[in-house]
Design a protein around this ligand. Structure first.
Ligand SMILES: [Zn+2]
Length: 203
């Protein structure tokens, strides 16, 4: 692709590094930004910079948050006896959208995947165990494994179940209303909500 400007070329290259965006789409977006008010484009850039530098992981559940403690962990309205273990923040959003779950979360930051070189030590598993181990922590009665119904999700669930065995907590898994091989975030809200309510004991 021949560009009339080096600056436009640089912008197109940066935008096309985003997932799902090819060079053509990147060019369309860049030209759109050039057409818009300069102030609007500036505001977009500033928003992205602020988001990137200020968003952090909740120190308790590792969900993304503007504060040390996320809104869910800080809330007094949540049921602290339940922890729902998920792969990433998108799953928290999907489950919150169902409005069927009022417990806490624990975001692993991925799932065990030998193919991609992700092992248990790359995930927030120790901090989950810490939440059960510390006497000052919430009295957790149940851990709900809400992982994708894939081989990696199953491997992760099996590993967690072994690690959690020594604690007196019930371990359950969400009912498989979610399509096999599908991501949690793509399951429709009704199905996902129902699968959380009708969870089954992990065996
Ligand atoms: Zn949190």
């Amino acid at each position: 692709m021949e560009f009339p400007s080096k600056l436009i070329e640089d912008a197109v290259n940066e935008v096309s590094k985003l997932p799902g965006i090819g060079k053509k789409t990147a060019l369309r977006l860049v030209l759109h930004l050039l057409k818009r008010d300069e102030e609007q484009t500036k505001s977009l850039a500033e928003t992205l910079i602020a988001m990137r530098s200020k968003v952090k992981h909740c120190r308790k559940c590792h969900n993304l948050s503007d504060h040390d403690l996320c809104g869910i962990c800080a809330s007094h309205k949540r049921d602290r006896s339940l922890i729902c273990v998920v792969e990433d923040t998108r799953d928290v959003l999907a489950i919150e959208n169902t409005a069927q779950y009022k417990g806490m979360y624990h975001v692993l930051g991925g799932i065990i995947s030998p193919v991609e070189g992700v092992g248990p030590s790359d995930l927030k598993i120790e901090s989950l165990i810490d939440r059960l181990r510390h006497p000052d922590s919430d009295a957790v009665k149940e851990i709900i494994l809400a992982l994708s119904p894939t081989m990696e999700g199953d491997t992760t669930a099996f590993y967690l179940q072994k690690k959690l065995k020594g604690f007196s907590v019930k371990i359950s898994t969400i009912a498989r209303g979610v399509p096999i091989g599908g991501d949690l975030e793509y399951a429709d809200e009704v199905t996902l909500g129902r699968s959380i309510l009708s969870r089954i004991t992990y065996e």
